[in-house]
Design a protein around this ligand. Structure first.
Ligand code: FES
Ligand SMILES: [Fe+2]
Length: 403
């Protein structure tokens, strides 16, 4: 039996097949592409250190196969899509959606039942294509229909590749620790005036965060609920300020998956649900151009130059500056980092659980129509706080005296 405390940091952060961390991450479904990207040509995909090719065959069915042809390793990203699968552009080997070799034009025996090309299970929902890379891919665990994927509203799915920004040149855990970290919202981004008052709680799906929101109405208290859904989803709501007095305020629901590309790169897949189609929407990656246009002092030798005021760049600079894989043995985390410490504990427990032959927390045992993650802001008049949240709010307010 492996204990969570026996795992090295290397065991925790590595993503490749056969690593302890990689085995854990392979228990979950991952968004690997936007639905709209998968059209009439193959899409190269790199996830959890594996190079793959995603496509829809001519019957419209999705397939995800190993990128390198089982014949002599040419990439199937140049392959020709056919009725039941894809044909390698080099010598014409033809694969079905489950990696069976149906045809080899240069061979007297066309099929090759002894060769099974790598393939994975795929699903499409909410504007994304999701893949399951576990060894039990023939019977994957139920797909988790998180609220944002199925609830009413207008969905916008975005990815954070190099062009759009929010692809991080560092290990995935640094990305998730950043989205779980409420303390930096005040200091790095200047969103709050003082350090957030919060309580992290271990929940069924991950780290639930209860935050005392300082932007409540007079004589009211506001409780903000967010969650880091294991292993890497940041689930929150946003209430952008109306740009003009005649605009009514809206609440956006959001989920951000940090998707490990390999040990030292990860990418954001971002889903936003608007109540109505928005009149205007700035593309998330717009900040990249904003950063490029910024004048740089001739003596500024810092990698990204001035980052202040460009929120996504502030995040990117912080997590990448920790190094491709941060050395956590040199850290001194404290009270303000307790959500991150809880996240690390839960991930370690999950990795040990998988290493010992079990299923980690967050993997569904049965199919659910929807998973309500209970996210958003609730506001109460001070003298009318319901019993159910009284203790929690009292505890949070007591923190005000100490932090
Ligand atoms: S390398 Fe693909 S058919 Fe030869
Ligand atoms: Fe941030």
């Amino acid at each position: 039996m492996i204990k969570p405390s026996e795992l090295t940091w290397d065991d925790v952060v590595r993503v490749g097949p056969g690593t302890l961390g990689g085995n854990y991450l392979r228990c979950f479904w991952w968004p690997v592409a936007l639905s709209e990207e998968v059209r009439d040509i193959p899409v190269p995909v790199k996830v959890l250190g594996e190079e793959l090719v995603l496509f829809r065959d001519l019957s419209g069915q999705l397939a995800l196969l190993g990128a390198y042809c089982s014949h002599r390793r040419a990439s199937l990203e140049y392959g020709r899509i056919e009725a039941q699968g894809i044909r390698c552009a080099y010598h014409g080997w033809y694969y079905d959606r489950q990696g069976k070799v149906l045809d080899r034009p240069a061979e007297p025996i066309k099929a090759a039942p002894n060769i099974r090309h790598p393939w994975y299970a795929v699903r499409e929902l909410g504007g994304f294509v999701f893949a399951y890379l576990g060894t039990d891919k023939e019977s994957p665990p139920p797909f988790p229909r998180y609220d944002v994927l199925v609830q009413d509203g207008y969905r916008v799915a975005e990815r954070g590749d190099d062009e759009a920004g929010k692809a991080y040149n560092c290990n995935w855990l640094q990305g998730v620790e950043n989205t779980t970290d409420t303390t930096h919202l005040t200091y790095l981004h200047g969103i709050y005036e003082r350090c957030a008052i919060f309580k992290p709680v271990e929940s069924e799906y991950g780290v639930k965060l209860y935050i005392l929101d300082p932007r409540s109405k007079p004589n009211c208290v506001a409780l903000r609920k967010r969650c880091t859904v294991l292993p890497t989803i940041n689930r929150k709501s946003r209430e952008p300020r109306p740009k003009s007095p005649d605009e009514s305020p809206v609440t956006l629901q959001q989920a951000i998956w940090i998707v490990p590309i390999d040990d030292t790169h990860c990418e954001e897949m971002r889903l936003t649900v608007y109540p109505q189609p928005p009149k205007e929407r700035s593309y998330h990656g717009a900040y990249v151009d904003q950063a490029k246009q910024r004048e740089r002092k001739p003596y500024d030798r810092r990698f990204y130059g001035e980052i202040r005021g460009i929120v996504p760049l502030e995040d990117k600079a912080m997590v990448e500056s920790q190094g491709p894989i941060v050395d956590r043995t040199l850290e001194h985390p404290g009270y303000g980092d307790r959500a991150i410490l809880l996240l690390r504990k839960m991930i370690r427990e999950g990795i040990a659980e998988v290493a010992n032959g079990g299923k980690p927390k967050g993997v569904l045992k049965e199919d659910l129509a929807m998973i309500d993650l209970d996210i958003g802001v609730e506001e109460f008049e001070i003298d009318r706080v319901p019993e159910g949240v009284k203790d929690l709010l009292t505890e949070l307010q007591q923190q005000l005296e100490h932090v």
